[in-house]
Design a protein around this ligand. Structure first.
Ligand code: AHG
Ligand code: MN
Ligand code: MN
Length: 345
């Protein structure tokens, strides 16, 4: 395969991609540089005493891992200087991160989860960085207001992730399909390895943390049981896979098809996953790859966030598999049994 870098790929698609402006390519360049810097730290975490927690609790109420903080610092430092942003929001920061007056500004807003799946860090299992890029609404000047940032997913100019695994990958879309690039450590560049990624319309794998079953509603139990009993297109039962890092479970689903589910439960009626920095960017990719992303009722991409850290249930992957779940929830809503939490059925 020709050695095509991310920037070349963007410029090759310049005519279709309105975002191939200098500001946008500059934004991607610094995002990629941040990813390479984070990858280098992760690859040596065990040697640099970067494993384990900091002892802090973040705005999400979760234990902050050392690598969460390092990834957040690397991204914030690099991106506030990139000259393309007017504001940022990180999963690790309670408030909007404003661009300091001494740095150049631009028209984009960057939303990111600096390290997704960080509980996997200590056991050397995949983690990732998730990002979503929004335009500042037309005609706005001066300090960015929170309202300007709280945009539904269908407004995204671009979205993607960096997956730190056996290889480091950069997967993103600007609305012209989904393209995957693999880091060649010898060259220090992400090179095109997965052009035009498409999700099969039905898969063979379902992915959910069944440990929470006793807290699920009757509708959720029925939705998950659907995959215990239905068959794949070649008549075999579905397999279960769960990495515990959304970005890794999604990447597998993007390539193999199937469905990833993180339902709401009686303890988390809005679900656990964050709408703006986790569900929305992956919903953008899923739809660009011919798949589907739902909160059980409707498109994730239609959801307008109430706040920076709004949470949402997430069902994402092959369009037929996600549609099967939406149908079950619709039947329970019709029968008004969708909010019955009867514990393990
Ligand atoms: P983060 O590390 O950014 O907090 O995200 C962790 C998320 C997501 O990556 C993963 O799918 C989910 O938490 C796993 O949650 P459970 O451990 O509750 O299954
Ligand atoms: Mn996350
Ligand atoms: Mn995180």
């Amino acid at each position: 395969m020709a050695e095509i870098t991310v920037t070349e790929h963007l410029l090759l698609h310049q005519k279709q991609s309105p975002h191939a402006t200098e500001q946008f390519t500059g934004l991607l360049y610094d995002l990629i540089l941040s990813g390479k810097t984070i990858a280098r730290r992760i690859n040596k975490a065990g040697l640099l005493d970067l494993l384990g927690g900091t002892g802090e609790i973040n705005v999400q109420g979760e234990n902050v891992q050392k690598m969460d903080e390092i990834a957040n610092r690397i991204l914030t430092y690099r991106m506030e200087r990139c000259g393309a942003l007017c504001a940022m929001s990180s999963e690790e920061n309670a408030e909007l991160v404003r661009i300091k007056p001494e740095f150049p500004r631009g028209d984009y807003i960057l939303i990111f989860d600096p390290l997704d799946g960080s509980s996997n860090i200590d056991v050397n299992i995949n983690v990732g960085t998730l990002f979503s890029i929004l335009h500042r609404p037309e005609g706005k000047r001066g300090e960015v207001s929170l309202e300007e940032v709280l945009q539904p997913g269908h407004n995204q100019a671009a979205a993607g992730y960096i997956l730190y695994g056996p290889s480091t990958m950069f997967v993103f879309s600007t609305g012209q399909g989904v393209h995957g690039f693999t880091l060649d450590p010898g060259v220090g560049e992400f090179l095109l390895s997965h052009p035009n990624m498409r999700i099969p319309e039905q898969g063979k794998i379902y992915s959910v943390n069944e440990g929470y079953r006793k807290n699920w509603s009757a509708a959720t139990c029925e939705a998950v049981d659907w995959f215990h009993n239905c068959e794949t297109q070649d008549g075999t039962p579905y397999s279960s896979r769960y990495v515990g890092a959304l970005v890794a479970d999604f990447h597998r689903t993007l390539i193999y098809g199937g469905i990833f589910m993180y339902p709401a439960d009686i303890k988390r009626p809005e679900g656990k996953l964050r709408l703006m920095c986790e569900a929305a960017p992956l919903a953008f990719l899923a739809e660009q790859a011919g798949g589907r992303a739902s909160d059980g009722r409707g498109r994730i991409m239609e959801r307008k966030p109430e706040c920076l850290h709004s949470r949402t249930p997430l069902f994402i992957g092959s369009s037929n598999d996600v549609a099967a779940v939406e149908k079950i929830y619709a039947q329970h809503r019709h029968a008004q049994t969708d909010l019955i939490f009867t514990g393990a059925l």
